[in-house]
Design a protein around this ligand. Structure first.
Ligand code: PLP
Length: 386
């Protein structure tokens, strides 16, 4: 399959040759050890205070908890200052400025292009199809496919809301069937069997043929019913999966995101990142949030219910032509006079996102509380078309 993937051949040579940064403390296991009677005179800190110590550069407690929850070893996890840090690091690890190129599939998340511009990397764009589906043929036939270093796939995609790539339909089927009280090994309908095999073949082709890294950005994964690409890391050595605390976990202000990949790729992240890239306050907040699984699950359920509520109401306005199906915590809508509607909402203190520059006449609504959904609906009721 993708056994011929050669990591070294696609990593920038200066990065490949880097020595990992080592603090005096990282030479022994301080943070995970539970030792707290040490005399710490190595880092020029003030001996007093609550935030007087440098944070754990390897975020061991977070990784330990994530490893349990995601069912993979801690050395396959990178914790970053938002997934935006992981995005930037992927450029810095793999892409030679002024020389290399990457593939994106617009309309999609803006940071892939922003980071490319900062790192002076060419972006080759293979647009999504009419229903915002991934143009896999177009990607694989493009001239860039043979030498691009990164392929960015956001799934569920921002701002379209749909899943672009599915990790394993068989697993999806089993998991969904099981939650509905069925058997884990419920037999498949023949047409589903064909779809499942077809999905598998497509993934094998894509990951096998691409010589660079396929990045699957799962920022909105918590809102879907599909299983995560984390489950395919063993099959695809050139896969990097991104997730974040910024959306479902309500910690956008803490700036913490994750990359999941092979131990070899994560080691490159560790060498390249700033030593103390995630601050102490954020590490504490993340650990606490990760332990409150029930609270988060309930919030996600509520957002999904509100999403369907908001979609139904948006559909009832004659100037809203279409609300796209969403597996995320936002809705994209095709709207007559989109910019007028956007301005009208803004003038009435309701801030949404005008996506018309990316996709003609579209607005993106984040799904908030029930009251916030009602507020946007109420305000839209008073909008007068020209
Ligand atoms: C919001 C978002 C992120 C999250 O970025 P953070 O830096 O972790 O806040 C990543 N990818 C996509 C597609 C997003 O929409």
């Amino acid at each position: 399959m993708s056994s011929e993937f050669k990591l070294k051949s696609i990593v920038r040579s200066n990065i490949w040759n880097l020595q990992p940064y080592s603090s005096a403390r990282s030479e022994f296991d301080l943070y995970g050890s539970g030792k707290n009677n040490l005399t710490l005179l190595d880092a020029n800190e003030n001996p007093k205070g609550d935030l007087n110590r440098y944070p754990d550069p390897m975020q061991s407690l977070i990784k330990e908890e994530l490893a349990k929850q995601k069912n993979l070893p801690a050395n396959q996890i990178f914790v970053g200052n938002g997934s935006d840090e992981a995005i930037d690091l992927l450029y810095r690890i793999f892409c030679e400025p002024g020389k290399d190129r990457v593939i994106t599939c617009p309309p999609t998340y803006g940071m892939y292009e922003v980071s490319a511009a900062i790192n002076n990397i060419e972006v080759v764009k293979i647009d999504l199809g009419k229903s915002f589906e991934l143009d896999l043929d177009g990607i694989m036939k493009s001239a860039a496919f043979t030498n691009a270093k990164l392929l960015w796939i956001c799934s569920p995609n921002n701002p379209t809301g749909n899943a672009l790539l599915k990790a394993d339909l068989k697993h999806d089927w089993q998991a969904q069937n099981y939650t509905r009280g069925g058997m884990m090994d419920m037999p498949f309908a023949p047409e589903f069997e064909a779809e499942m095999l077809n999905n598998q073949r497509k993934l094998d082709q894509l990951f096998g043929a691409f010589k660079g890294i396929v990045v699957v950005d799962e920022a909105y994964h918590d809102f879907t019913e599909h299983i995560s690409f984390i489950n395919r890391l063993e099959d695809y050595p050139n896969l990097v999966v991104l997730q974040t605390m910024s959306k479902a976990y309500g910690l956008a202000g803490a700036r913490v995101g994750f990359a999941f990949a092979s131990p070899e790729i994560i080691e490159l992240f560790n060498r390249t990142k700033p030593p103390y890239n995630v601050n102490e306050l954020s590490q504490r907040a993340v650990l606490e949030a990760l332990l409150q699984t029930e609270k988060t699950e309930n919030e996600i359920k509520e957002i999904v219910i509100n999403r369907e509520f908001l979609a139904a109401h948006l559909n009832s306005f004659d100037f809203i032509k279409k609300v796209y199906p969403s597996e995320a915590n936002f809705l994209l809508a095709q709207v007559d006079q989109a910019t007028d509607v956007y301005n009208y909402l803004r003038d009435n203190d309701v801030i949404i996102r005008n996506r018309s520059s990316q996709i003609a006449d579209t607005l993106r609504f984040t799904v908030g509380t029930r009251r916030e959904c009602e507020e946007v609906i109420k305000t839209l009721r008073t909008f007068k078309k020209n």
